[in-house]
Design a protein around this ligand. Structure first.
Ligand SMILES: [Fe+2]
Ligand SMILES: [Fe+2]
Length: 188
């Protein structure tokens, strides 16, 4: 696996500056969330650093990588191009950063939608992506406080926020976000 510094150099050269700054915010938040939730801080750091590795690829490049790796998209996934960078992320992380840890790759894969029965590391990365210091949306401060008090409750609020936003905008809601929310509600 590449060193943290080598990964940072790659990201600096391959992401827009604003995306790189966001990534460093996710790293910082993920480490803090990991610390208070008994999650491996090193894994949180690496997953956070790598989570948007594919973000600057065009949709054509992303589709090409998915095709070459025989990843068949469902109709819904095909339509939701916003998801593609999280599907390609683990592939690039393996190829470029030589990351093999399945927990890290899973946290990267599900950082956009969440999923049913997330691991603690999945949760840390999902939430760190949403509440890192550069994120600005109404209610983000309350969400930050909630996450540092109780991660599961924070995720539930975060999913509610995302689902409400998509509802109001008339955008389809990924089935995995619904499953993530139902699971949290049913397994409290
Ligand atoms: Fe992302
Ligand atoms: Fe992100």
């Amino acid at each position: 696996m590449l060193s943290i510094e080598e990964m940072k150099t790659y990201l600096k050269n391959n992401l827009m500056e604003s995306r790189y700054i966001h990534t460093l915010g996710v790293v910082d938040t993920a480490i803090r969330l990991a610390k208070i939730n008994e999650v491996d801080e090193k894994k949180a750091e690496i997953a956070a650093l790598a989570h948007d590795i594919a973000k600057n690829k065009t949709i054509y490049e992303l589709k090409d990588i998915l095709d070459k790796n025989n990843i068949k998209l469902t109709y819904d996934e095909e339509k939701n191009q916003e998801l593609w960078h999280s599907m390609v992320g683990p592939i690039l992380a393996k190829e470029v950063f030589k990351i093999e840890d399945e927990e890290i790759l899973s946290a990267m894969r599900w950082h956009t939608t969440g999923k049913e029965n997330m691991s603690k590391l999945d949760k840390v990365i999902y939430m760190a992506d949403m509440i890192e210091p550069n994120r600005k949306f109404p209610g983000v401060d309350i969400l930050r406080r909630e996450c540092f008090k109780d991660l599961d409750n924070g995720i539930l609020q975060g999913l509610n926020h995302t689902i409400e936003y998509l509802l109001n905008k008339g955008i389809p809601i990924d089935i995995n976000s619904i499953k993530a929310r139902n699971y949290l509600l049913l397994h409290k």
